[in-house]
Design a protein around this ligand. Structure first.
Ligand code: URP
Ligand code: ZN
Ligand code: ZN
Ligand code: ZN
Length: 487
């Protein structure tokens, strides 16, 4: 039996802050209390540090087949980058090709993920629609432990699904106890704007931002929310980047709908000015969908995290090298969409969130770990410092500083979108199921240590919504005296 004792730290969870030691046995938290005895355990000194649940990143694309290439970080380098920054679990998207069985696609993702250094799970994407997909969704939920289905409202001609397909899939999610996710951008309008901009000679990376204005996102978010409401299912909106989308989520929540919004650390801290840099590479490296926005939108996202109308901070880590980005020289629509962030999410959010007084340390834990563990239905196994929880832990030193740079980063790409940013607040130790993999600066990850985390279907929220749907379902009025037809 391996035993580790985290000594002299301050435990910070989503709702409590207190001094305590944490004993870990066989990958799980075994005891929490003051002055625990060492008893032969390996001791980690957490003096001056916060002991927090490891980050969970619910939105990553590792070795993703996309836009004619593959994202460069695979499950090995991607999870290593995550661990180096305090993230101890990632959720990737399984993407069936059009016409491909969901179960065949899952086999491909199972093969890729064997190299993961930390625990992981998958969302299943609905990229096409017919009875086979309807049938296989049940197997995906019941036999494969996947309770979330992703729908792309953008990427016309590739991953995009239409409203009728989305309504059918959302309805299926409702009956299976699953949660639909949406990439909310109006793909038809984007495709039209792209062609218009190219025809006008706007072929540089700034054209990408012009082709995806906030209204494109606000409209799609609102549409997805209304479709989810009609289907009687909760909804999770990935990479919420602007006030228009946030406003739709806020309004829905005020009306009592279960809608969750996920801003990215990139949208919170980088703005649209990045696309107007005279260096083509600089701008293209930051091309992602939705694009970075102006300060008004950033303020809206921060306010959403503070007030609770937005729930989770993710990365959408989808890293392409400069060489890959250059496929789009002369035509911005061919620049592979995606940016990295796995290694930097926690230090950046701590620095720009807790370090500025926008977030409390407890709110930081909520939006990086606990909220998403609850939404994914894996709490308190993940996202908690509780006896019996997995020992996925970050011992976080709020005084430790660095300047972010591609030099020495874990990600396999040749740049970092946060290059030059100074962060204060970094992991001293990171543990994945009890194994110390970040040890005061030394990276000791173990390829293949990560395990797939099965997620049970939802009980409470889906049941509440289906009970309500049944109550208000159309019912024929039984009448006694029906008059004769007037014809
Ligand atoms: O630009 C992005 N976000 N790339 C990854 C795929 C997606 O849309 O999430
Ligand atoms: Zn997306
Ligand atoms: Zn994504
Ligand atoms: Zn191991």
């Amino acid at each position: 039996m391996t035993t580790t004792l985290i000594r002299n730290g301050t435990v910070v969870t989503a709702d409590l802050t207190y001094k305590a030691d944490v004993r870990i046995e066989n990958g799980k938290i075994a005891e929490i209390g003051q002055n625990l005895s060492a008893d032969g355990a390996t001791e980690l000194d957490a003096s001056g540090c916060y002991v927090m649940p490891g980050g969970i990143d619910p939105h990553v694309h590792l070795e993703m087949p996309f836009m004619g290439t593959y994202s460069s970080d695979d499950f090995e380098s991607g999870t290593r980058a995550g661990l180096a920054g305090g993230t101890t679990m990632v959720v990737d998207f399984c993407l069936p090709d059009p016409g491909q069985s969901l179960l065949d696609a899952l086999k491909r993702w199972d093969n890729k993920s064997t190299r993961a250094n930390c625990d992981y799970s998958f969302h299943m994407a609905i990229t096409w629609w017919d009875k086979q997909v309807w049938d296989e969704m049940e197997t995906v939920v019941k036999d494969h432990g996947i309770n979330t289905f992703k729908h792309f409202m953008a990427y016309k001609g590739a991953l995009m699904v239409n409203d009728d397909e989305m309504f059918a899939s959302f309805t299926r999610c409702a009956s299976l106890g699953a949660l639909p996710l949406v990439h909310a951008e109006n793909g038809d309008v984007v495709a039209t704007l792209q062609q218009k901009l190219l025809a006008e000679g706007n072929d540089g990376p700034e054209g990408h931002a012009y082709s995806r204005p906030p209204e494109v996102e606000g409209e799609a978010t609102n549409r997805a929310i209304m479709i989810a409401d009609m289907a009687g299912v909760p909804l999770y909106v990935v990479h919420t980047s602007c006030e228009q989308s946030h406003e739709a989520i806020r309004r829905a929540r005020q009306k009592g709908m279960r809608v969750y919004g996920e801003p990215l650390i990139q949208h919170l801290t980088l703005d649209e000015g990045e696309y107007f840099n005279e260096d083509w590479d600089h701008s293209a490296r930051r091309v992602m969908s939705p694009p970075f926005r102006n300060k008004m939108h950033q303020d809206s996202l921060w306010a959403g995290l503070q007030s609770g109308s937005l729930s989770v901070v993710a990365t959408d880590h989808c890293a392409f090298t400069t060489e890959q980005k250059r496929t789009g020289v002369g035509d911005f629509t061919k620049i592979p969409n995606g940016t990295g962030g796995l290694e930097d999410r926690l230090p950046m959010l701590w620095t720009y969130g807790v370090g500025t007084g926008r977030l409390t340390p407890n709110e930081f834990v909520a939006v990086t770990s606990t909220n998403i563990a609850k939404i994914l239905n894996i709490y308190p196994r993940k996202g908690a410092i509780l006896v019996g929880a997995d020992a996925d832990i970050v011992v976080f030193d709020p005084e430790k500083e660095k300047t972010i740079s591609a030099d020495g980063q874990q990600s396999s790409i040749d740049y970092n979108v946060f290059e030059g940013k100074k962060v204060k607040g970094l992991p001293r130790y990171v543990l994945t199921r009890g194994k110390v993999v970040i040890d005061d600066g030394a990276v000791k990850t173990e390829e293949g240590h990560g395990q797939f985390v099965k997620r049970e279907p939802y009980q409470a929220v889906n049941k509440a919504l289906s009970t309500w749907k049944d109550l208000v379902a159309p019912r024929k009025v039984e009448r006694s005296g029906i008059p004769a037809s007037g014809v």
